[in-house]
Design a protein around this ligand. Structure first.
Ligand code: SF4
Length: 221
């Protein structure tokens, strides 16, 4: 546990569970616009070059600054459907934020991770229709092995293209690294599971659990 994460213990009968508070304090409606206004909307922005998923960072920040928070989330998720997890778990301080031009002049970089989280959380909290549409049925049926971040991101993009997708997962829950491998203080309130539910909202994706390639499942199957 870190200095930033306080511990609460809940003891029920013989069982004791440990819950964590969020590592990072989220931006709110008052703090988000000043933070977004800090961005210079750079041409050939180095923050995009440093982002492993090539999110159009200056555009989504500009959308937040002008009040189009849902549009900002769409910009993020169109490059990375798991942008909500990345906003929590990505080491932004050595990626996009380290590349931010403000560092050159000795100023604080734009809080790109927190802005990304603000936008994606906003869209998920709206609980509206899924933000991406499926193309007409392609007639193709794709099998994906593993319901981790890569498998599910691929499944989502394949579903967008009109393919039917069957995902085979060895464990009993989806999410892979996001569910089983990230520190609890980064992924509070069952965020990994909620993000998978959101992703599946596109339709056309079915997940089969407890199916392990080489054991219960073969390539021939
Ligand atoms: S490098 Fe920094 S200032 Fe420039 S677009 Fe990216 S976040 Fe904005």
């Amino acid at each position: 546990m870190t200095n930033n994460a306080s511990e609460k213990s809940a003891i029920s009968g013989q069982a004791a569970s440990v819950f964590f508070e969020d590592l990072h304090e989220s931006l709110d409606a008052l703090s988000v616009v000043p933070e977004a206004s800090h961005c210079l909307y750079c041409y050939e922005a180095p923050c995009i070059q440093a982002c492993p998923t090539s999110i159009d960072i200056p555009t989504f920040i500009h959308q937040i600054r002008t009040g189009n928070v849902t549009g900002a989330a769409h910009t993020i998720l169109s490059e990375n459907i798991m942008g909500g997890t990345c906003a929590r778990a990505c080491p932004t301080e050595v990626l996009c934020e380290q590349a931010c031009v403000h560092n050159v002049t000795g100023h604080k970089p734009v809080e790109i991770g927190l802005l990304q989280r603000y936008a994606t959380d906003h869209l998920m909290a709206e609980n509206g229709p899924h933000p991406f549409n499926r193309a007409p049925d392609s007639g193709r049926h794709i099998a994906v092995v593993g319901a981790g971040p890569a498998g599910l991101s691929f499944a989502h993009r394949a579903a967008m293209l009109g393919h039917k997708v069957s995902v085979y997962e060895a464990k009993s829950k989806p999410g892979g690294l996001n569910e089983y491998g990230l520190a609890a203080y980064k992924m509070v309130a069952d965020f990994a599971a909620r993000e998978v539910d959101f992703l599946l909202g596109i339709g056309g994706i079915e997940i089969f659990y407890n199916e392990e390639l080489g054991k219960s499942l073969t390539v021939e199957d």
